[in-house]
Design a protein around this ligand. Sequence first.
Ligand code: FES
Length: 77
Amino acid sequence: MPAKVTIANNGPIRIEGEFTIHDAEGNMFTFPGRTRISLCRCGLSENKPFCDGKHKTGFQSACPARELPPPPPNPTT
Ligand code: FES
């Protein structure tokens, strides 16, 4: 199943399906036994990049689905 990413209202970014997560050096995070993962979107987690529930202290953000405009032209291509 391809990855499905859900932006939770007032909460994390949830990812389920087939995906991998890597750090800036390309090392892969492992999370055996989990079929979905939540990434912190509020900045308060003490277990970044993963959500630890701290968003429940008052983080508010709703992001309804919408279409992004095309990227600006790249002057180098
Ligand atoms: S989104 Fe849950 S701790 Fe940040």
